[in-house]
Ligand binder design. Structure first.
Ligand code: SAM
Length: 305
């Protein structure tokens, strides 16, 4: 008999998708039986592995099929605060869920601790899903986690996700590039005031869209720096708050009024700032999850044009 329920589950999962199943489906009952006996005889300890899964911006319907599949397999799910409850609901019912966003005492779990948890659970044979908001490789430290897994010889799969900039733009009806308005789009972060090392002159050029991640607290600095480098104060901007979540909100302004509008709006986390002419085109698209809220939460500035 097999010791733990989870080991039994994995055994049957392997059987149902492995060579025994192939034989059985082909009508070869004897062959399937032989495969099954062989698998039972050579039972090895299950091998742990890790999935770095992009959870998208919040709406669970924006998960990829692969993300859903692997979430259904994972024994352990490590998630942080950017992962919406609705996405977490898609994990296997009996999976162990570990919040690595905040501990009860409100201390952030350090990246080292997250790395250690990944390695620890995978090393004892679990399939560990590391659910990360947006895409794991866009401002997500997914690269560091992948490196640690590689260093420990743990098989890892990376599943791309819809990064917040793309998800939020779509939800707001903002085309990130648009003929005549924006020929390029830049994803950038301006965290760590004082030590911000971005090329403001490049970001202040016209005919482009700039999406600022993790920068809600930095809007004063951003507005000032871009104007100092010559970007017109009348340039349209948009703050996209909790994009694709049921309570998402779009706040439009001009660069010149950004600082005060942002202050009045009392933005909640997470929020993206988008700078560029394309933001004037914002018209929130109806989503099944947030139609009414969208309509209520939007400042319909563009409608005057
Ligand atoms: C640490 S970064 C992680 C980005 C993530 N890996 C991605 O690809 O979207 C967190 C920042 O992403 C942005 N963000 C993430 N989800 C968002 C959402 N649903 N709405 C608006 N901004 C979001 C915010 O700017 C937030 O400060």
């Amino acid at each position: 008999a097999m010791p733990a329920i989870s080991d039994r589950m994995r055994f049957w999962e392997r059987m149902l998708s492995g060579p025994a199943a192939t034989r059985a489906l082909a009508g070869d009952a004897a062959g399937a039986d032989a495969q099954l006996r062989e698998a039972l005889a050579n039972r090895e300890a299950p091998r742990g592995e890790a999935y770095l899964i992009g959870a998208g911006p919040g709406d669970p319907d924006l998960l990829t099929f692969r993300a859903q599949q692997l979430l259904q397999q994972a024994d352990v799910v490590l998630y942080d605060r950017l992962v919406s409850p609705a996405v977490l609901d898609r994990a296997r019912r009996d999976a162990v869920r570990i919040n690595v966003g905040k501990l009860p005492g409100h201390h952030e779990v350090t990246q080292n601790h997250i790395n250690a948890l990944l390695v620890e659970h995978a090393s004892r044979g679990a399939r560990v899903a590391r659910l990360k908001g947006g895409d794991p490789f866009v401002f997500g430290r997914g690269g560091e986690e992948l490196q640690v897994l590689r260093d420990h010889g743990i098989p890892a799969t990376v599943v791309p996700g819809i990064t917040a900039g793309l998800g939020a733009a779509a939800a707001a009806g903002i085309p990130l590039t648009h003929r005549g308005l924006a020929q390029s789009v830049t994803f950038v972060t301006a965290t760590g005031a004082g030590s911000v090392d971005v090329d403001w002159t490049a970001l202040a050029r016209r005919n482009q869209t700039v999406v600022f991640y993790m920068s809600a607290a930095q809007v004063d600095l951003i507005a000032r720096s871009l104007q100092e480098r010559g970007l017109d104060p009348s340039t349209p901007v948009a703050l996209l708050e909790r994009a694709t979540w049921p309570d998402q909100r779009i706040v439009q302004a001009t660069l010149g009024e950004l600082a005060s509008v942002a202050r009045d709006a009392q933005l909640k986390s997470p929020t993206l700032l988008v700078v560029g002419d394309v933001t004037a085109l914002a018209v929130p698209l109806a989503t099944t999850a947030g139609e009414e809220r969208n309509a209520a939460g939007t400042t319909p500035r563009t409608q005057d044009r």
